[in-house]
Write a protein that binds this ligand. Sequence first.
Ligand SMILES: NC(=O)c1ccc[n+]([C@@H]2O[C@H](COP(=O)([O-])OP(=O)(O)OC[C@H]3O[C@@H](n4cnc5c(N)ncnc54)[C@H](O)[C@@H]3O)[C@@H](O)[C@H]2O)c1
Length: 343
Amino acid sequence: MNVLVTGGAGFIGSNFIFHILDQHPNYRVVCLDALTYAGNLSTLESVMDNSKFRFVKGDITDRELIDQLFKEEKFDFVVNFAAESHVDRSIEDPGVFLKTNILGTQVLMDASRTYGIKRFHQVSTDEVYGDLPLDRPDLFFTEETPIHTSSPYSASKASADLLVQAYHRTFKLPVTISRCSNNYGPYHFPEKLIPLMISRALNDESLPVYGKGENVRDWLYVGDHCTAIDLILHKGKEGEVYNIGGHNEKSNLEVVKTILRELGKPESLITYVKDRVGHDMRYAINPTKTRRELGWEPTTLFDDGIKQTIKWYLDNRTWWENIISGDYKDYYKKMYEDRQGDE
Ligand SMILES: NC(=O)c1ccc[n+]([C@@H]2O[C@H](COP(=O)([O-])OP(=O)(O)OC[C@H]3O[C@@H](n4cnc5c(N)ncnc54)[C@H](O)[C@@H]3O)[C@@H](O)[C@H]2O)c1
């Protein structure tokens, strides 16, 4: 099988590439990534010389490049992780979110139609369902929950989901969609809550918490997300949506306090800052369908996963320090441009 993984130099996409190369040694993986600020090629260093792996720098909205790549590679599976993914940035500048997240998905699906694929998998998010009130712990998102978005980010992801479903219905494109809750784990860009708090706490810097820190997220270890996508790709039914989540609901404040406790740092580092506009209160996924139909089970409990993640950030300081200093942007120039001639 030849698998195209878009956005594979980002957090979840890179973990998925490691998962596929490890679990399916006969598969070939092509990573297409535009290396925006969120893409870090050094993350993929360990697989760069793997003969089953190819990296291509490119934008999913670039129709000509995508067409050429599909023609050349004859992909079996396309897994679309590429996206602008940070809610705060979507509030500052929605335009690029619409371009990448919606139009980029369309370009990939058009090429999938033209050249034929076995499966187009769209990596979506629980944020398309909007939020739940804090005082109704009995409520969860199912695949039937209506789309009800809050931010330009979630609206762009929901729009892409609708387009994916339309391509299935209209053109019979073999698609699946997964909607996952918040991920954490290795290679998470340090602008997102967990890595931001770990990196700042390690440097004894203040930890900015939005509002009162009451917002609840349903945290899933990234490895469990990857196993779910692998199962959906191989066993999921065409045209279906699958929710992914591990029932690990935590308030932001609980998460931050856990990190401080694990690192032996004082809670006095916490500073409460003005809340995000339109901040969703609670996300909570009901993953019953994915468990029942595909036999998926998350294997990492939050208490273990957060310890592993903190250890990873302690053991891989250079990785995140290079991001904070901006040096990671030089990696492509230093390492990759020299390799272009080898392809
Ligand atoms: N992080 C989460 O908790 C979470 C949860 C559920 C779903 N998701 C979804 O999973 C996917 C991956 O999320 P992530 O956290 O790994 O994101 P990320 O921001 O870490 O990575 C995104 C990657 O996409 C690349 N990219 C951006 N625009 C591109 C373009 N136009 N063409 C090609 N590449 C481009 C970036 O360079 C980066 O490598 C996203 O679609 C996101 O919506 C994320």
